[in-house]
Design a protein around this ligand. Structure first.
Ligand code: V47
Length: 379
C-alpha cells in the first residue's frame, strides 16, 4: 500500500468531486468516529446521484433456503442446524416446486436460493434444485448458491470451479448472490468461519463466474469482531477484482445480528454505523454500479435514510427470509410493492422496478403476474 499525506475531509472531497479513487488511508479516515457522518453522507450521495440519478431500485423476489443443515459452524450464524438437530430441515422437490409456484403467482421475477452445506446431500441434489425450478418456471431468475456453496461442490465432486459453474448455468443458474464473503482478512475470518473458503477462493469463484458471463453480487458482514482496517481491506479486495472483471453489480453491507448466535454477547451495530458503512462503501467501491440497503437487515427507517447515504437499491419485497429473522431481525416478513414504493417516495426518490440484472420491469398494476422486461438500466 502506498501511503501519501494524511487525508482530510477537504482532500477527500476534492478527490470525490474530481472522480479520483480514494485510497486505503482515506477509507480509514472516513471510519474515524470524529469524521462527521453527515459530510461522508453528502459525498456518498454525490457519487450515488452521479451513477444512478434519483432512482432507487427494487424488485419482487422471494428467498428459498432448501436446508438449514450445515457442516460448518460459523459463529455469526443463527440459521444453521446440526444433522440431528430438531430444528434441522431439508425440503423435498415437491416443496421446492411449490415455492416456485407461489413465487410466480405473486409476480416474483427472482428467487434468491441458498442453503446449508448438508452432510449427506450430494452435489447433484443442489444441481437438480436449479434444474427442476428452471424447467418448471423459466421466467423466474435463479440467483443461486454463494461462493461458499460452489467451494463445497468443488470439495464434493473434485471438479474445477469452472466446470461446476458451467453445469449450473446449463441447468438454469441466472446469477450468484453475494453471501459468504463475511470479512476476508484472516485475522477475523479464522475466528468467525475458519472452515469456510478463504478470501482468495471466494474471489477466485466470483472471478470465474464473471469470466463465464455471470453477474454476481458481493457483501461484507460488519459490526462483530472486525475493525475499520479489516473493513477497508475487504472493500479494497472487492474493488481490485472488479477492476479486473467488472462482473459485480451490487454491493450489500450486512449488519451483524447477534441473537441466537455464538456472538450473542455483542451489541448490534447502531444505525449510525450502518449509514457510515453504506456511505464509505459507496465512496470506496467506485467501480461497482449499485449499493444495496437491505431493508430486512437495516429496518425500514434506516433503509429510508440510506437512500441519502449512497444506497440506490433496497432489494425486494422478499418473502420467506430466514437468515436474519432467525438472528433476531424485527422487520416484517415481506413488504408489498406499495409499501416499498412508498418508502422510496417518502425519501424523495423515484422507485424503479428492476429484474436481477438491472433491466427495467414494466408491470400491470392491477395484476402483478403480468410483467415484462423493458429496457436495460444503464448506470
Ligand atoms: O453470508 C448470516 C450473513 C449472508 C448473519 O446478493 C448474517 O443480493 C447478520 O448474502 N447477522 C447471507 N448477517 C445473506 C446475503 C444476501 C442478502 C441479501 C441480498 C443478497 C444479494 C445477499 O448473511 C451470509 C452472512 O454474511 N449473515 N448470519 C447474522 N446473524
Amino acid at each position: 500500500m502506498i501511503r501519501g499525506s494524511k487525508p482530510t475531509l477537504d482532500s477527500i472531497r476534492d478527490k470525490v468531486e474530481s472522480n479520483e479513487r480514494l485510497s486505503f488511508d482515506d477509507g480509514l479516515f472516513l471510519y474515524e468516529p470524529t469524521t462527521p457522518l453527515h459530510e461522508i453522507g453528502e459525498l456518498a450521495n454525490l457519487v450515488r446521484e452521479r451513477k444512478n440519478g434519483n432512482r432507487t431500485y427494487y424488485n419482487i423476489n422471494t428467498h428459498l433456503n432448501t436446508t438449514n443443515v450445515c457442516v460448518y459452524r460459523c459463529t455469526f450464524c443463527a440459521f444453521r442446524a446440526d444433522l440431528r438437530d430438531a430444528r434441522g430441515y431439508v425440503m423435498s422437490d415437491e416443496e421446492i416446486l411449490a415455492r416456485g409456484a407461489e413465487a410466480v403467482d405473486n409476480g416474483c421475477t427472482e428467487m434468491h436460493l441458498v442453503g446449508g452445506l448438508h452432510h449427506q446431500k450430494p452435489y447433484e441434489w443442489y444441481l437438480n434444485t436449479v434444474r427442476i425450478l428452471h424447467e418448471a418456471y423459466p421466467q423466474l431468475h435463479l440467483k443461486a448458491w454463494t461462493g461458499v456453496e460452489i467451494n463445497w461442490f468443488e470439495f464434493l465432486t473434485k471438479r474445477p470451479v469452472r466446470q461446476i459453474l458451467q453445469e449450473l448455468i446449463d441447468v438454469g443458474l441466472g446469477s450468484m448472490p453475494g453471501g459468504g464473503a463475511e470479512i476476508f482478512h484472516p485475522e477475523v475470518r479464522d475466528k468467525i468461519c475458519e472452515h469456510k473458503s478463504d478470501a482468495s477462493k471466494w474471489l477466485e469463484i466470483h472471478r470465474t463466474a464473471h469470466e463465464l458471463g455471470l453477474r454476481t453480487n458481493c457483501t461484507m458482514l460488519y459490526g462483530h469482531i472486525e475493525n475499520a482496517y479489516h473493513r477497508i481491506d475487504h472493500l479494497n479486495r472487492l474493488r481490485e477484482l472488479q477492476d479486473e472483471t467488472g462482473g459485480f453489480q451490487t454491493f450489500i453491507p450486512l449488519a451483524f445480528h447477534p441473537e441466537n448466535t455464538g456472538l450473542a454477547h455483542l451489541a448490534k451495530p447502531s444505525s449510525l454505523m450502518d449509514l457510515r458503512t453504506l456511505a464509505i462503501s459507496r465512496l470506496m467501491l467506485d467501480n461497482i454500479p449499485h449499493i444495496k440497503a437491505y431493508w430486512i437487515m437495516l429496518g425500514i427507517g434506516t433503509a429510508q435514510a440510506a437512500q441519502a447515504y449512497g444506497a440506490d437499491d433496497l432489494d425486494g419485497t422478499v418473502r420467506h427470509e430466514l437468515i436474519y429473522h432467525d438472528a433476531g431481525a424485527t422487520t416484517p416478513e415481506l413488504l408489498t410493492v406499495q409499501d416499498l414504493r412508498r418508502l422510496i417516495e417518502e425519501a424523495g426518490r423515484e422507485p424503479v422496478e428492476r429484474d436481477t440484472v438491472y433491466n427495467r420491469i414494466e408491470r400491470d398494476p392491477t395484476d402483478l403476474r403480468r410483467w415484462q422486461v423493458s429496457e436495460p438500466l444503464a448506470s
